[in-house]
Design a protein around this ligand. Structure first.
Ligand code: G4P
Length: 536
């Protein structure tokens, strides 16, 4: 009997978890939308709390300030709030200057994403990159087209752009009525509701909702100027005829994205989005591991580390490892097994992150993120369990977008530099590669500011002053092949452009796009991959 009650309690708690991230290009409105979601979730009272942080983030010009604000960025990197009996864990995807591999990796720890687009810009470069990471995991994605209060692209063009650029079906679930200064609100295509901006009180009650009896309802003519009503009817007929219908299965498989239009700054469309997320986003599901699939409802606790926040205090090597719980009911003080080292860890001071701060995590369920303070023994990609030998998969490394040679002028410090680089690579702060020829160290990052961050950390934490030097390469690709002999031959013939990553996986250094295309043509049996499983 007790057993049944315990299992029900576990299932109930896991069923209501919704762990998601927002992907966006800088300035599309991610911070504003986050803040409004937290307001609806009751997690913050005052508009401006997250925004202020967003502004600080943007304003900081050098990374020293980034460090000073780390305390803040840690507490805002996971934001938990409740809405309609669901527990939402919103994971921040660092953008702007702190765009890094972390941004990508956060997406391995969520079950769904919201893609925010600026209605005037459509799909921008960073959105596309982040979308592709979601795609790798067939993740369900909901789209919010923001800033409809500004002159925007035509909504049909936007839908077309998403479909063409991202190769995903698009289903509008709300439709904008006008745009810019003529933006009056949206039509809810699921509930047949007219949702109008409440110009009288945008703060307390941002919208007025009227349920209609279809498009012919005369209320539409009473509530909207005649040209807007005419345009809306005409557009909705086209939507009905040409746009995809919502299909839950397609959404859950990551093949269709429902689209909401709105204006986050005016809190318009946000509640509809949140209601939609409440209804359709999936709870924590199955996680792949090397040996078997792990169901979130299994009683035993399992999880993996997807992010390390280091240097909380530069004098100590203390770090917080962010663990995504994949199954079970975690309780503070639990003894868990760290599978890479096969050692037990006592989790006495786990951290639960809230929108405005953090607290000790007394308990947590699959889908939740907890922070585990440690001295550097936990690495990205590590699996944790109550004893079973589980190695979670699906935590990729991403090829760098910028690479440079790193060295120290003092040859006495070369060993120290090697140790620093190795540790930073294990922490996931950057990729490192050692060339076969000459043995130079190369550092790779996905956001350019990370070079400065690295140099500063190596100087302050390891006492090694470093310099970067430009290379004649733009990126690196992992060399993979079904035939070991092909791979060996390739490496032998190209040793001057081969290097090893920190786990001794060989990469080829790429001179330019032409070089990469040429390699593809010349070596059809070799895969030059821009992602690699973390644990290979
Ligand atoms: P981000 O986190 O994606 O980078 O974007 P953020 O929310 O910081 O928004 C970027 C800019 O866009 C901000 O303006 C913000 O106020 C504005 N914005 C967000 N949502 C909307 C919207 O629905 N409509 C309009 N018109 N603007 C929106 P800013 O000038 O950079 O900052 P601020 O001075 O407004 O604080």
């Amino acid at each position: 009997m007790l057993e049944i009650l315990r299992m029900n309690h576990l299932k109930e708690n896991i069923d209501k978890r919704r762990t998601f991230a927002i992907i966006a290009h800088p300035d599309a409105g991610k911070t504003t939308l986050t803040e409004k979601l937290l307001l609806f979730g009751g997690a913050i009272q005052l508009a401006g709390a997250v925004k202020a942080r967003g502004d600080q983030r943007r304003a900081r010009s050098d990374w020293m300030k980034v460090e000073k604000e780390r305390g803040i960025s840690v507490s805002s990197s996971v934001m938990t709030f409740e809405y309609k009996k669901k527990v939402f864990n919103l994971l921040d995807t660092p953008g702007h200057e702190d765009f890094s591999e972390d941004t990508y990796r956060v997406l391995t720890a969520v079950d769904s994403s919201v893609m925010v687009l600026d209605a005037a810009q459509g799909i921008e470069s960073q959105t596309k990159k982040l979308f592709e990471v979601c795609r790798l995991r067939d993740m369900p994605i909901t789209t919010f087209i923001n800033k409809m209060d500004r002159e925007s692209k035509d909504p049909f063009d936007l839908i077309d752009e998403i479909e063409q650029t991202l190769q995903i079906d698009v289903c509008p679930v709300s439709w904008p009525i006008g745009m810019g200064s003529r933006f009056l609100g949206c039509y809810d295509l699921i509930k047949d509701q007219l949702i109008l901006i409440n110009k009288a009180d945008k703060i307390k009650k941002p919208s007025i909702t009227l349920t209609l009896k279809g498009l012919g309802d005369t209320q539409l003519d009473k509530r909207l100027p005649s040209d807007s009503a005419y345009e809306l009817r005409e557009q909705l007929e086209m939507v009905n005829e040409f746009c995809k219908k919502f299909d839950l299965k397609s959404y859950l498989e990551g093949n269709l994205t429902p689209v909401y239009f709105g204006s986050a700054i005016n809190t318009f469309g946000v509640q509809e989005l949140l209601n939609g997320l409440t209804n359709i986003t999936p709870p924590p599901g199955m996680q792949e591991s090397l040996s078997r699939k792990i169901s979130s409802e299994e009683e035993k606790v399992t999880g993996f580390i997807f992010k390390i926040q280091a240097n909380m205090n530069p004098k100590h090597r203390d770090r917080i490892a962010f663990m995504r719980l994949c199954s079970g009911h975690f309780k503070r003080g639990m003894k868990l097994k760290h599978l890479r080292t096969e050692k037990n860890i006592n989790v006495h001071n786990p951290i639960l992150f809230l929108a405005q701060g953090r607290k000790l995590a007394e308990e947590a369920f699959a889908g939740d993120i907890i922070g585990i303070p440690n001295h550097g023994n936990l690495h990205i990609g590590d699996s944790i369990s109550e004893g079973e030998n589980i190695q979670f998969t699906g935590l990729p490394s991403f090829a760098p977008e910028y690479i440079q040679k790193i060295r120290t002028q003092d040859p006495m410090l070369t060993k120290h530099l090697t140790r620093a680089l190795q540790q930073l690579a294990e922490e996931g702060a950057a990729s490192i590669f050692k060339r076969y020829l000459g043995g130079d160290w190369i550092v790779g990052v996905v956001g350019q500011l990370q070079f400065e961050v690295m140099a500063d950390r190596i100087r302050t934490e390891y006492d090694v002053p470093v310099i970067f030097e430009k290379l004649n390469f733009i990126t690196a690709r992992w060399i993979q092949s079904d035939q070991k002999s092909d791979k060996m031959l390739f490496i032998k013939n190209n040793s001057e452009i081969i290097a090893d990553d920190h786990k001794n996986n060989p990469v080829v250094l790429i001179r330019n796009n032409w070089h990469l295309d040429h390699l593809f043509e010349e070596w059809p049996n070799i895969k030059f991959s821009n992602v690699k499983e973390q644990n290979n």
